[in-house]
Design a protein around this ligand. Structure first.
Ligand code: MG
Length: 261
């Protein structure tokens, strides 16, 4: 009696399973688009084959290397007239605040940018005067660099690390503590302008901060300034700029900088 009950229960389970499978396949089939190549299937253009790096920090095969640990050959002073004079040692760049911002010799439009930065372990100061630097997309739109690890350094939240400075608050704060390296991976869409100089489409920024999404296709309101309202100025391809901020705290460092246009 017991054995026949177990057998009946098992058969019911099998029947229910098969019915479930049949229903799932029917649903799947209903959602499959037509196989007609003239309809839903597209065969060109093929995406470029790219060999990924061994880690997500290593530059992929089609990246333009802007700093590989050796020299500042890809960089110049912010006026473009003299060599970049920040310090290169032990494979990293350290900001030289006395010599001002540096920018790339090459000009870019839209791109993917990877850049790593580190606040000194013995950083002092507070608010915006604690390891302040910045990554200026198109040389105009600042992604803030600052010590805000563990939310311990109080400042305006749209001026924290991971913010689009004085515009967009980061969605999270994954910053590492001073002395450790942070990573910004940025997808940047440059603005487009009409013939009369007005904005056709604004700039957009997606930012992964140590692998965490902190800006999601965020619209940029205009070039970074201390004005309440940021505005646009017509521009084309432009250098990437790094900030030598005038505060008195110790200078921060950068390494492993690359771009994919
Ligand atoms: Mg800054």
């Amino acid at each position: 009696m017991r054995n026949s009950l177990i057998l009946t229960a098992s058969m019911l389970c099998i029947v229910a399973f098969v019915q479930g499978q049949t229903q799932t396949s029917a649903i799947r089939k209903a959602n499959i688009p037509s196989a007609n190549p003239n309809n839903a299937e597209v065969y060109a253009p093929l995406p470029n084959v790219v060999v990924p790096g061994k880690t997500f920090s290593n530059a992929p095969s089609d990246a333009i290397i802007l700093f590989d640990g050796k020299n500042l050959d890809e960089w110049t002073s912010a006026d473009g007239k003299s060599p970049a004079k920040w310090t290169v040692a032990d494979g990293i760049i350290t900001v030289n605040k006395a010599t001002g911002d540096i920018e790339t010799k090459k000009q870019f439009t839209s791109y993917q940018l990877h850049i790593e930065w580190r606040i000194p372990a013995n950083i002092a100061g507070e608010g915006q005067e604690r390891g302040n630097s910045g990554v200026f997309l198109s040389g105009k739109y600042e992604i803030q660099v600052l010590d805000n690890s563990n939310n311990d350094n109080k400042t305006y939240v749209n001026g924290m690390a991971g913010s689009i400075y004085r515009e967009a608050i980061p969605l999270a704060n994954p910053e590492k503590k001073p002395g450790e390296w942070n990573v910004y991976d940025i997808a940047y869409t440059a603005p487009e302008f009409n013939d009369n100089g007005s904005v056709k489409t604004p700039a957009r920024v997606t930012l992964f901060f140590n692998g965490v999404l902190v800006q999601n296709n965020q619209e940029v309101q205009g070039f970074t300034s201390t004005d309440t309202k940021h505005v646009y100025e017509n521009h084309g391809p432009a250098p990437l700029r790094l900030q030598a901020h005038g505060d008195k705290s110790l200078p921060i460092s950068y390494r492993n900088i690359w771009i994919r246009e």
